[in-house]
Write a protein that binds this ligand. Sequence first.
Ligand SMILES: [Zn+2]
Length: 505
Amino acid sequence: MLAKIWSSAVVGLDALPIEVEVDVSSGGLPAFNIVGLADRAVEESKERVRAAIRNSGASFPAKRITVNLAPADLPKEGPSYDLAIAIGILIASEQLKADVSKFLFSGELSLDGKLRFTNSILSQAILAREKKFEGFFLPKINAKEAASIKGINIFPSEDLTQIFLHLIDQVKIEPQTFNDEVSDQEDFIYDFKDIKGQEQARRALEIAAAGSHNVIFKGPPGAGKTLLSRTLPSILPKMTFEEMVEVTKIYSISGLLKNSGLVSKRPFRAPHHTTSHVGLIGGGTVPKPGEVTLAHRGVLFLDEIPEFQKITMEALRQPLEDGFVSIARAAGRVTFPAHFMLIAALNPCPCGYFGDPTHKCTCAITSVFKYQKKISGPILDRIDIHLDIPAVKTEKLTGDQTFEESAKIRERVQNARDIQIERYKHLNISSNSELKGAELKNFCKLDAESQSLLKVAVEKMRLSARSYYRIIKLARTIADLEISENIKTHHLAEALQYRPKSGIN
Ligand SMILES: [Zn+2]
């Protein structure tokens, strides 16, 4: 007999329906084959399914079993087809009599028939809703994740036996109701109240967080570049529901979600400079997200940016420009979102002390120049805030002066971001940093006084056209932080401080 069960495969971030056909026939010697571009983990499913069926008290048919995963041209990977294959075998061997044509099944089985935590459940739950499946059977441990999607019947299941009994109307599984409770408490390790001094850097990060601007910090070792960057998440605006769903999907397919609902904290990723190209950008036979996608809607912190390989740095151009990465695979390309704030940090020279009044730089002047030039122009072009971080004077470090706490700064950031979300609601962008061309001119009008100030600056500082627009976008954010409808001269004057200084760009 032939049975057909619905399961799904994830391509990029989205799930596609997969029809699992199971044929059990008496002809020939007993065999168990899986066809349809299955990887090793799917192959191994045979042993798990065999043991799970036996250990659940059913019998594994000593017949010829063929499983076809259709469409055949789509690569299938991982253990999530176990459940659909097992249900298919039980139906095709006539041990289970039930109509399952309107249900979706996904989950890895353990040898005793229990359902284990399975990746990519959120994307599959969204598919279940889109394709109007009447119910989605999945591992109980994934229930919170799937329940963050409204409008589907979720059946959180402990094991194969429970689903069997549910399908023959013996013991019903209680459907999980919609629950948009977020997974992680927003507790932050670092707080700006604990950072001594560095007033200009604190202010720069507040502006960056408000308008989602990219930042580059240059300063000697120990100046606090890393600490400042790691404190940034504590002042980032809250994610919208849609953003949380996007980030959770990414974490779910990457196996970073464990028994939790929506991710509410903006990601902070800090890959080391030895990270491979695929590690940073994404890739693989069945493409997986890289660091740029794991940082989506959050922060990508690249410390010691000149140490990253040139090819890796070049690959950052597309996500910085477009907010996504496109990865080649056997059948076409797959796209992952990669809309992040870049925070880059570098020492001023290989030894770290060029320009430091208290330490002597031991580098040849040519190597200082070469080091700073290692960051490619197109990357620098996409950085709105350039800041030199001086070493903090000892009296500041030991002084008892108190500094503003992150929660207070975050309130201002949130207000400024809310203004932007409202202003750009018809544009499909949410922050000033994303403004381009005509929109920029439309939303960043300058009065006569500001125009003349900028004109003088352009001439005196020999600003490029790119710098010109960067300054206007930044001034827009500074005005939003002040809840000022128009950009005024003092907003522009402050924005001008964050242009690149001599040395780089
Ligand atoms: Zn040096």
